[in-house]
Design a protein around this ligand. Structure first.
Ligand code: GDP
Length: 296
C-alpha cells in the first residue's frame, strides 16, 4: 500500500534528515519535490498545492530551521499535515437510531460494492454483535441478487429472500418491513451500480433513499482509479447525502492519490478501506496510521 509514494517521500526526507542545518531554500526545494511526488501519486492538483503551501509556511519558521534537528521537525510537520488531509480522525458509523438502522451502499459497477456490503455486514454482525440483514436492490445486473445471497451464506449473514420482478424501491420497502418485523438492528441495502454516473442511477438511488431513510449512505469506490474515484465521489455527493466513502483495493494501491484527495475534494470522510479479496479484508480507515505508513 502506497509503496511508490512512500519511496519518493523517503528519498526527499532522507536528504533533509542528514543535515544539521537547513535554510529556507532547502525547505522550499524539498517541498517542490514533495509536490511532484504527490502529483505522481495522482493527488488532485489543488490539494497537492494547498498541502505544500501549508507545510512550507509552517516549516520555514525560524524555530524549525534553527532547531537542533530541523529535518525531523519538517517530517513531523508533513506527517501532521498528511493526517489532516486524510481527515484527522477515524470516522465512525452513526447507527444510533431506532432499529433497523439502514445503511445504503452506492457506487459504480465493479467498484467492489457487493463484496464490501458483505464485508461490512460480517464485521457488524461478528464484532459488534448486531443482527444484520442484507438486501440486493440490483435488478439490472443478472445474478447480482444471487451473488449477495452466496456471500450471505459464506458470512452467516441473512439476506432478504429474492422475489423476481420487483423494482428496487419495492425491494427496499419489503426489506425494511422484514427488518422491522424480525427485529434486525441493521439493514444493509446494496443498490445497483452502473458503468457511469447517470441520471437514471441517481434517480433510482434517490427513490430508494426516500423509501428507506438511511442513516448512513456509503459510497464504494476503487482506490486504483485515483482521480477518477474522487470525481465519481464528487458526482455522487452532489446528488445524494453521502455520509462517507469506502475505498476498495487499497491493498493494490501503490500511489494513494484517491485516499489523499478524497476528503479535501469531496468533504466526505473515508470510513473504511478494502484491503483484499477475502471477506475479512475490511479495515477502519485511521488517518494517523495511514500517514505513518506513507512516511514509513
Ligand atoms: P461490484 O460490481 O461493485 O458489486 O463489485 P464486486 O463486489 O462484485 O467486486 C468486484 C471484484 O473486486 C471482486 O472480484 C472482488 O473480490 C474484488 N474486490 C472487492 N474489494 C476488494 C479489495 O478491497 N481488494 C481486492 N484486491 N479486491 C477487491
Amino acid at each position: 500500500m502506497f509503496e511508490s509514494l512512500s519511496d519518493r517521500l523517503s528519498g526527499v526526507f532522507d536528504k533533509l534528515r542528514g543535515r544539521g542545518a537547513l535554510s529556507e531554500d532547502d525547505v522550499r526545494g524539498a517541498m517542490r519535490e514533495v509536490r511532484v511526488a504527490l502529483l505522481e501519486a495522482d493527488v488532485a492538483l489543488p490539494v497537492a498545492r494547498d498541502f505544500v503551501d501549508q507545510v512550507t509556511e509552517r516549516a520555514v519558521g525560524a524555530e524549525v530551521i534553527r532547531s537542533v534537528t530541523p529535518g525531523q521537525m519538517v517530517v513531523k510537520i508533513v506527517n501532521d499535515a498528511l493526517v489532516e488531509m486524510l481527515g484527522a480522525e477515524t470516522a465512525e458509523l452513526h447507527l444510533d437510531v431506532n432499529p433497523p438502522a439502514v445503511i445504503m451502499m452506492v457506487g459504480l459497477q465493479g467498484s467492489g460494492k457487493t463484496t464490501t456490503t458483505a464485508k461490512l455486514a460480517k464485521r457488524l454482525s461478528e464484532r459488534e454483535r448486531k443482527k444484520v440483514l442484507m438486501a440486493s436492490l440490483d435488478v439490472a445486473r443478472p445474478a447480482a441478487q444471487e451473488q449477495l445471497a452466496v456471500l450471505g451464506r459464506q458470512t452467516n449473514v441473512d439476506t432478504l429472500p429474492i422475489v423476481p420482478g420487483q423494482t428496487p424501491v419495492q425491494i427496499a420497502q419489503r426489506a425494511l418491513q422484514s427488518a422491522k418485523l424480525q427485529a434486525y438492528d441493521i439493514l444493509l441495502l446494496d443498490t445497483a451500480g452502473r458503468l457511469h454516473v447517470d441520471d437514471q442511477l441517481m434517480a433510482e438511488m434517490k427513490a430508494v433513499a426516500a423509501a428507506s431513510n438511511p442513516v448512513e449512505t456509503l459510497l464504494v469506490v476503487d482506490s486504483l482509479t485515483g482521480q477518477d474515484a474522487v470525481n465519481v465521489a464528487k458526482g455522487f455527493a452532489g446528488e445524494v447525502d453521502l455520509s462517507g466513502v469506502i475505498l476498495t483495493r487499497m491493498d493494490g494501491d501503490a500511489r494513494g492519490g484517491a485516499a489523499l484527495s478524497m476528503r479535501a475534494v469531496t468533504g466526505k470522510p473515508i470510513k473504511f478501506a478494502g484491503t483484499g479479496e477475502a471477506i475479512d479484508a475490511l479495515e477502519a480507515f485511521h488517518p494517523s496510521r495511514v500517514a505513518g505508513r506513507i512516511l514509513g
